[in-house]
Ligand binder design. Structure first.
Ligand SMILES: [Zn+2]
Ligand SMILES: [Zn+2]
Length: 231
C-alpha cells in the first residue's frame, strides 16, 4: 500500500470542493469567490450600491475612522467565507498563501505604498487555543510577496469576546483599550499597512490605528481579505 502511494501519490485536491486539482483552489471555486467588483467606498473599501452618488458609503460618513483607507478583496459570504473558515477554524494554513496573493494584487492595484506591514494581533489565550494568528500568517506571506517588512508590533492587552454577533456599538466598546504598541518598535513616521482577515464594522482596525497613530505612525492603511456584509 505504501509503495503504491509512493508510485502514485494522491493528486492535490481543491481545498473547498475536494475535486482533484493541481491547485489548492480549483478554477470553479476560485471563479465563485465573491470579489468586490463594484465601485468602492474610498474609506472602507466596501462596494457602493448602484446609483449612490457619494464616494464614501453611508456608514463611513457617520464614522470618524482614524485609518486613512481600507481595502478588501471579496465579501465574507459564500466561497469567500468558506475560505476564511478553512484557515481560521479548520487550520488549513495553506489558505493564508492564497489570501495573501489576492491581497497583494489588491494593494498593487490600488497603488498603496507602505513602509511596514502590521498584523492585527489576537490575545495570547486565543493564540494558545488556536495555535496560530491567521492575520499574522497572511501577513508573513504578504511580506514576502510585496517585499515589505512585517512588524508584529501590536499587542492585544485584553482578551475581547468575539465580535461576531455583536452590533456596531457593542463592537466598538468591545475593543476599546484592547491594543497597545510594543515599545521595542519605533513606528514614528511610518506608513503602516494593517493586515487582518475580515473587515466588518471597522472597529477593530480603527482601534489598532488609533494606538499606532498615538505612537507617531504617519498614516494607516488597512488591508483585509474579506469585507463583512452589512447587517
Ligand atoms: Zn473547488
Ligand atoms: Zn465605507
Amino acid at each position: 500500500m505504501r509503495l503504491i502511494k509512493l508510485l502514485y501519490p494522491p493528486k492535490n485536491k481543491c481545498i473547498l470542493c475536494g475535486i482533484k486539482d493541481p491547485n489548492l483552489l480549483c478554477h470553479i471555486c476560485s471563479a465563485s469567490i465573491p470579489f468586490i467588483h463594484e465601485r468602492k467606498c474610498l474609506k472602507c473599501g466596501k462596494g457602493l450600491s448602484e446609483g449612490y452618488a457619494e464616494n464614501i458609503c453611508p456608514d463611513c460618513l457617520k464614522e470618524n475612522f482614524s485609518f486613512h483607507s481600507a481595502y478588501s478583496c471579496f465579501y465574507y459570504t459564500g466561497k469567500g467565507k468558506e475560505l476564511i473558515h478553512k484557515l481560521k477554524y479548520e487550520g488549513k494554513l495553506q489558505v493564508a498563501g492564497i489570501l495573501a496573493e489576492y491581497m497583494a494584487h489588491e494593494i498593487k492595484f490600488e497603488n498603496i505604498h507602505a513602509d511596514i506591514l502590521v498584523p492585527v494581533p489576537i490575545h495570547q489565550k486565543k493564540l494558545e487555543k488556536r495555535g496560530f494568528n491567521q492575520a499574522r500568517l497572511i501577513c508573513e506571506h504578504l511580506s514576502e510577496i510585496l517585499g515589505i517588512p512585517m512588524w508584529d508590533c501590536l499587542i492585544r492587552t485584553r482578551d475581547t469576546r468575539e465580535q461576531f454577533g455583536l452590533d456596531k456599538a457593542a463592537r466598538k466598546l468591545n475593543v476599546i483599550g484592547a491594543f497597545s504598541v510594543n515599545m521595542l518598535y519605533n513606528v514614528n513616521n511610518k506608513r503602516i499597512l494593517l493586515i487582518d482577515d475580515v473587515y466588518t464594522t471597522g472597529s477593530t482596525v480603527d482601534e489598532c490605528s488609533k494606538v499606532l497613530l498615538a505612537s507617531g505612525a504617519e498614516k494607516i492603511y488597512v488591508l483585509t481579505a474579506a469585507a463583512g456584509i452589512n447587517t
